[in-house]
Write a protein that binds this ligand. Structure first.
Ligand code: F0G
Length: 467
């Protein structure tokens, strides 16, 4: 039976920011005419814009957060020794305290951790099931000859269906896959929160269930824990039995079912760079360590400066602060609800780190082959200097065998909210901008490729307007 208490959340109380501003960074809105020129020069690819030409940058919540005074103080205590840095010790202690893992391998960011882990855990032809793999995660699995298979529940693909834990793994999909050939499963990976599914959380009930299946079949279970704290907050808010548990307790319980984790520290640990692998098995650690040295750096720095490790060690704790998390999640929800109340089709429920606008429903007359969500991103930049990102057809790429375009079920524009960076007025402005685009949506035309990059086409391609 499902142990979930769930109701649509509407806010009666305003949630106020649990911090004040000590340092500011100037931003400005260049005139509309210039925005039109800049985006044309960028080949209508928002990755090619210069950040000085952007007013509100919601491209990603990764590495874009504002560090605290405590983290900046830690930066001054960087011990830049090649080996044995004290900051690595602090990082190890923080990971043990927050997540409960014994061993830590530092990496330059999340994808570094993925590369090292996959080189050891995956044999060519093996499968890695998960809820929904992030792009770099999938690419690293495929890079060593593995197959990344998404097993999220069906509702994860339905933008309008409310479900408190849309990031959950579909247990029967997972079992069917394992039953075909248990030995062919390299490991199982749960991504919390599920970024590609809209920043949706995974319940502890689901995690426990997957853990039992993994254990029964002797398959390692890992978590992509980039957004470990936001997932824990949703569990506290939505899952029966967790209301009175603290965020650190919930994070610890999530991790207790795992053999290990890969982490991009640029998200919930609120650093500008960094990552790590953490685990309990000394034998596996001993296999991973040489690869870490080869690809990332020595085992006590892994591509990070000592100062970055100190900021990360401190950020790991700060990420679990409940007042901060409540405000953060509420901020994202505020933007989502305001857009939704204005009739903008968004993915429901609103996720942890971003609001996802359904580009296909926003611009139904623009064919998917003309990139409705990318078109929406371009129009929001022209309208108000806002940068979002397409998570749709361009990102999905082509089928490697047939060469056909992949048309994903979800074609979205993501507005990712950096941590501790913007205030409510900024979000009101974002809302106004999107609503202005919505009012003139019928006149908007789509795009086609001008240059299609054979790989990573969302980063590198350019576009031209459809006539
Ligand atoms: N896993 C998840 C769930 C992610 O969201 C990301 C990055 C990574 C792994 C890779 O980590 O960037 O440190 O190498 N997501 C960013 C984003 C890029 O915009 O969502 P990384």
């Amino acid at each position: 039976m499902r142990q979930i208490a769930w109701c649509t959340l509407t806010y009666i109380f305003m949630i106020y920011p649990p911090y004040k501003i000590k340092v500011i960074e100037k931003i400005s809105l260049i005139p509309r005419k210039e925005r039109e020129e800049r985006i044309r020069e960028a080949g209508y690819n928002l990755f090619s814009l210069q950040s000085k030409d952007i007013y509100i940058d919601l491209l990603t919540d990764s590495g874009t957060g504002a560090m605290s005074d405590n983290q900046w103080a830690g930066i001054m205590l960087g011990d830049e020794s090649y080996a044995g840095s004290i900051n690595f010790k602090h990082l190890e202690e923080a990971v043990k305290s927050v997540m409960g893992f014994k061993y830590v391998l530092p990496t330059h960011q999340g994808r570094g951790a993925e590369q090292v882990l996959d080189k050891i855990l995956i044999k060519s032809g093996q499968v890695v099931p998960g809820n929904m793999h992030f792009d770099t995660t999938r690419a690293h699995i495929e890079n060593v000859g593995g197959r990344a298979i998404d097993c999220a529940i069906e509702e994860a693909y339905q933008p309008d269906t409310e479900n408190p834990f849309k990031g959950n793994i579909d247990i029967s999909k997972l079992e069917n896959l394992i039953n075909k050939d248990p030995k062919n499963i390299a490991y199982i990976l749960i991504t919390v929160t599920c970024n590609n599914g809209g920043g949706q959380p995974v319940s502890l009930e689901n995690i426990r269930h997957v853990h039992e299946i993994a254990k029964k079949n002797n398959i390692p279970l890992f978590v992509d824990a980039a957004r470990y704290a936001e997932n824990a907050f949703f569990i506290k808010e939505r899952e029966v039995g967790y209301k009175n548990k603290s965020i650190p307790e919930i994070v610890k319980e999530m991790m207790s079912y795992m053999d290990g984790c890969t982490v991009s520290a640029k998200k919930d640990a609120i650093t500008n760079i960094g990552g790590f692998i953490a685990l309990n098995d000394k034998k596996l650690y001993n296999k991973l360590a040489p690869k870490n040295v080869l690809f990332e750096g020595f085992i006590t720095y892994g591509g990070m400066a000592g100062r970055d490790m100190e900021a990360l060690a401190r950020g790991l704790f700060e990420g679990t602060d409940e007042d901060y998390l409540r405000y953060r999640i509420d901020q994202v929800r505020y933007l989502g609800e305001k857009l939704s109340n204005a009739g903008i089709p968004i993915m429901k429920p609103i996720g942890g780190h971003a609001v996802f606008i359904n580009g296909r429903a926003f611009l139904p007359h623009v064919k998917q082959e003309n990139f409705s969500s990318q078109t929406l991103c371009v129009e929001c930049y022209i309208e108000g200097g806002i940068r979002g990102v397409e998570v749709g057809t361009i990102l999905a790429g082509r089928n490697q065998k047939t060469g056909e375009n992949i048309y994903p079920k979800l074609d979205l524009m993501r507005l990712a909210i950096p941590r501790r960076v913007y205030c409510r007025e900024h979000l009101d402005y974002v809302c106004e901008t999107v609503i202005n685009v919505y009012k003139r949506r019928e006149k908007i035309k789509g795009f086609e490729f001008d240059f299609e990059s054979p790989t990573l086409r969302h980063f590198l391609s350019t576009f031209k307007k459809v006539k």
